[in-house]
Design a protein around this ligand. Structure first.
Ligand code: SF4
Ligand code: SF4
Length: 233
């Protein structure tokens, strides 16, 4: 698969909007607090209108304006090997002893790039570049979006070769299942954020409350989820 020799343009070019379960899983698996690897940003600082459509922005009682809506993204930091470029905080990079000949002068030809949280990575990282069809029954490979950053450096260009359906044959079933879970999580998250936004609290209160709330998703008969939300005070 081309990812094995790629410079991981996808882990550099995109602002990654991630779900709350993605954050809680990485936090638990790595023993990190969410604040160490996520950025909570207003939409003006981010990209990705399709994610804004999936889930309302979060209101916080300690934001500078009552109307400001925030989104959870995976933090991007400066690349140590490619000066003046950025990468996902979890992308590890090494110099190749022998550059990949067929990549020519591309800066990625001299780099090995690997996800350091592969087993815990956000669902959408594993699903890229496939999307679920409108009926939610099949996935298909989409042409990767071109990031505006790719004008500044070739390292932001994604997927050196075109994908074919054959590249995904072995994982076809898992991909559709993971898309279905991801779709459910965005819908559930939209419900959670709408409830949070009815009486916003501070940024510091957000993830501790989400941790307790997401653990309580199987209710006893007669319990109501909305009441549970209040009980987590
Ligand atoms: S979490 Fe891993 S796969 Fe996802 S963008 Fe970061 S480095 Fe890439
Ligand atoms: S940019 Fe494309 S080929 Fe490269 S690592 Fe990402 S998905 Fe794989």
């Amino acid at each position: 698969m081309q990812c094995e020799t790629c410079h991981a343009g996808c882990c550099r070019a995109y602002n990654l909007f991630i779900t709350i379960p993605d954050v809680l899983r990485i936090s638990n698996d790595l023993g990190l607090s969410p604040e160490e690897f996520v950025d909570i940003k207003t939409y003006g600082e981010s990209e990705g209108s399709s994610f804004v459509a999936k889930c309302p922005g979060i209101l916080f009682s300690d934001a500078s304006s009552e109307e400001q809506r925030f989104f959870i993204t995976l933090r991007r930091v400066e690349s140590l090997l490619i000066p003046n470029t950025i990468r996902c905080i979890f992308l590890n990079e090494w110099e190749r002893s022998t550059p990949i000949e067929k990549r020519g002068d591309h800066p990625g030809a001299k780099i090995i790039a690997r996800c350091s949280v592969y087993g815990s990575r956000p669902k959408m990282c594993g699903l890229y570049p496939s999307v679920l069809d409108a009926a939610g029954l099949l996935s298909y490979i989409r042409k990767p979006a071109i990031s505006t950053l790719s004008k500044s450096n070739e390292i932001y260009k994604v997927c050196p070769e075109d994908w074919t359906a054959a590249d995904f044959t072995n994982d076809a079933e898992k991909i559709v299942h993971d898309h279905t879970i991801d779709k459910y999580e965005w819908r559930f998250q939209a419900q959670v954020i709408e409830k949070w936004n009815e009486s916003p609290r501070t940024k510091a209160e957000f993830f501790p409350l989400m941790k307790r709330l997401y653990k309580a998703r199987t209710l006893a008969t007669g319990e109501r989820w909305s009441e549970l939300f209040e009980e987590t005070d």
